[in-house]
Design a protein around this ligand. Sequence first.
Ligand SMILES: [Zn+2]
Length: 228
Amino acid sequence: MSSSRACPNCGAQLRAIAKYCDECGAPIEGEPTSQPVGKMTKQEVEIILRMREEKDNLFKYHPQSPIPQDAKEAFEGLKYLPVNPSYRFLCKLNRYPNPATIGMMTSTGQERNYLKVGFVRFTIGGKPQTLQTFKAIQTSQQEGEKEQLFIPFRDATSGKESYAAARYLDSEELKDDIFLVDFNSAYNPYCAYSDDYSCPFPPQDNWLEIEVRAGEKKLRDQSQEATS
Ligand SMILES: [Zn+2]
């Protein structure tokens, strides 16, 4: 029995009051949490709605759509929770000085390696939350290209309103380690639509206990499942 904590980056045991991991130097706590941006402009909301529309068109008509061929005819678009500014944050990325490589299990039972880049902190419903952020090992960043983080997560809606296994967020750097973390853009992995895809599942660090009532919902609701 132990009340000790482990470093989220390297797994080393932490001293009780540690703000940094002795082993790898990772920042641990005391980092400020971001509050929601509070409100979104009409234009910001429209951009999200337009992107959803374009994605629906791609999914219905594009040959590389993840929607199985025999389901395309009946496909009426993806389902979303209403756009909500309380789930939109500007977060400082707390970088790990020596990012660990971790294997994420995939929907087809394989393991895929990611670099654990750091963590972001934000507040939902007054409660501080932490998510670990990742990068695929294979991708190389071009000179001058903005950094992109991959943030797979689960929350209390997973398996109810939203897809059980995971939702994903791609977060782009705005400037100087400040990233837009907008759960209104949370989307389902392709394995939500078809078994043909192998999609990584979020590590347990990224299972949030609170509800994230924004972003993509399950494609099928209960009533549709009952008739299929
Ligand atoms: Zn560590």
